[in-house]
Design a protein around this ligand. Structure first.
Ligand code: DGL
Length: 262
């Protein structure tokens, strides 16, 4: 079976990894979390384009993977082309689920909840132009939700007051019935988000679509010989917090290693 690199700025990519694991349990996964440079949503396009191609090249060469999944909307919408140019293996990115949301909304009003970087990008605007011109789309960027998702996976209490305050602009217009979770961290907060929102909101993320895409890529490539060893998570530039380690292990990454710069 093939070997994939799953990459995100933190724990968000675990939501994508889990969907991939459900579909392809035998796929070997190496996870990398760029803790040192998070939050990506506060970085400029130039900063992400500058950092990511080289970092992804180093990680994929070191781990000897067959393909890479950029399990991060912010990185994908800013630098997917540049990352693809730097790597000679297939690279799968995450696209905010604007098209599916446009297909399921009944009120014709849906929201895209991402990082500040993602929601202001041309990429998202183009998706809206292509698939949702007849809909009303509310865009909301939040960095705090990324931090709250990190808190949750590190075993810290999620501040529900802060979460509720953060998402309240989504529902200023009463008939938003669908919310695109356009940041891979946000499905980790699905229960908290649902509890803080009007009932019957449909929450849509891209995890399953990415898993389907991975399945196609795996069927098309010729994988290198399998390497022995349990799945590994690399935490870039952060100390190993025991609760966070447990969270990674819960997602199937038995070995968790912290890599400090220098
Ligand atoms: N998980 C990332 C995403 O999907 C972003 C988190 C961050 O801002 O670093 O956009």
């Amino acid at each position: 079976m093939a070997h994939a690199l799953i990459f995100d700025s933190g724990v968000g990519g675990l939501t994508v990894s889990a969907e991939i694991r459900k579909r392809l349990p035998a796929l070997q996964q190496t996870y990398a979390a760029d803790d040192e440079f998070r939050p990506y949503g506060e970085k400029t396009d130039a900063q992400l384009k500058d950092r990511l191609p080289g970092l992804l090249w180093t990680l994929s060469e070191t781990a000897q993977v067959d393909f890479a999944v950029i399990a991060c909307n912010t990185a994908s919408t800013a630098a997917l082309k540049e990352i693809r140019n730097a790597l000679d293996i297939p690279v799968i990115g995450v696209v905010p689920a604007v098209k599916p949301a446009a297909g399921v909304t009944k009120t014709g009003r849906f929201a895209v909840l991402g990082t500040p970087g993602t929601v202001r990008r041309e990429y998202v605007n183009n998706l809206i132009q292509d698939f949702a011109t007849d809909k009303e789309v509310v865009l909301l960027g939040s960095t705090q939700l990324v931090a709250l998702a990190e808190d949750k996976l590190a075993g810290r209490r999620v501040d529900l007051t802060a979460l509720t305050r953060e998402i309240s602009p989504l529902f200023d217009k009463a008939d938003v019935d669908t919310v695109v979770l356009a940041c891979t961290h946000f499905p980790l907060l699905k229960d908290e988000l649902a509890a803080a929102s009007p009932p019957d909101i449909q929450w849509i993320d891209s995890g399953e679509a990415i898993a389907r895409r991975v399945e196609t890529v795996v069927s098309e490539i010729k994988a290198r010989p399998a390497r022995p060893g349990a799945d590994l998570a690399l935490l870039l530039g952060s100390d190993l917090d025991p609760e966070r380690r447990k969270a990674f292990q819960g997602y199937g990454f038995e070995r968790v290693v912290s890599l400090m710069p220098g």
